[in-house]
Design a protein around this ligand. Structure first.
Ligand SMILES: [Zn+2]
Ligand SMILES: [Zn+2]
Length: 176
């Protein structure tokens, strides 16, 4: 997701360019399994300091369910708004000091703006802590590990946790 912004860096503040995003077979992160193309839209606006980039992407990730551990496909809509700063002066070609804004991304010395890292960070932030294959996922049996979405298992339901602790103690006692 590279954009040549040389012309835009020479333009007056407020000038903007817009692009549709369509990327096939893109690898954002080794921990992310993207199973769809990435489609979206980006707007790049000239500011005093550099460029303000905002837009959105749609993509589908393959995630593992927190409860049943099965993999499932999760469509995601991710919006972003980021500052990019120039690393070389567009007119003179001299190196510029790094931006004081620690969250801003660099535009490289060939005036190429790479959206990949910004989108990678946004996608990672958007993945919830608990990912469920479906809202009412039944999860795994705590005793035999059977996937309860596929139907019940033959285990006896655990009646009371205090009782089962007692039961374990008795079992350990009889094994000793
Ligand atoms: Zn599940
Ligand atoms: Zn079971």
């Amino acid at each position: 997701m590279l954009y040549n912004v040389a012309q835009l860096m020479k333009a007056s503040v407020g000038t903007s360019l817009e692009y549709d995003i369509h990327e096939e077979d893109i690898q954002l992160d080794e921990d992310l399994k993207i199973v769809s193309p990435i489609d979206g839209h980006v707007r790049i606006r000239r500011t005093n300091q550099g460029l303000l980039v905002d837009g959105w992407v749609d993509l589908t990730l393959e995630l593992a369910c927190t409860r049943c551990l099965e993999e499932f496909e999760q469509p995601m809509h991710v919006t972003f708004m980021e500052q990019f700063y120039p690393t070389v002066d567009i007119i003179t070609g001299t190196m510029l000091p790094p931006s004081e804004d620690e969250d801003a991304f660099p535009i490289d010395d060939h005036h190429l703006l790479d959206l990949t890292e910004a989108i990678r960070q946004r996608v990672l932030l958007e993945i919830p802590m608990v990912t469920l294959c479906r809202e009412d996922c039944a999860g795994l049996c705590s005793q035999c590990g059977h996937n309860l979405n596929l139907g019940p298992c033959d285990c006896q339901p655990e009646v009371d946790t205090r009782f089962s602790v007692l039961q374990k103690l008795l079992q350990n006692g009889s094994e000793a």
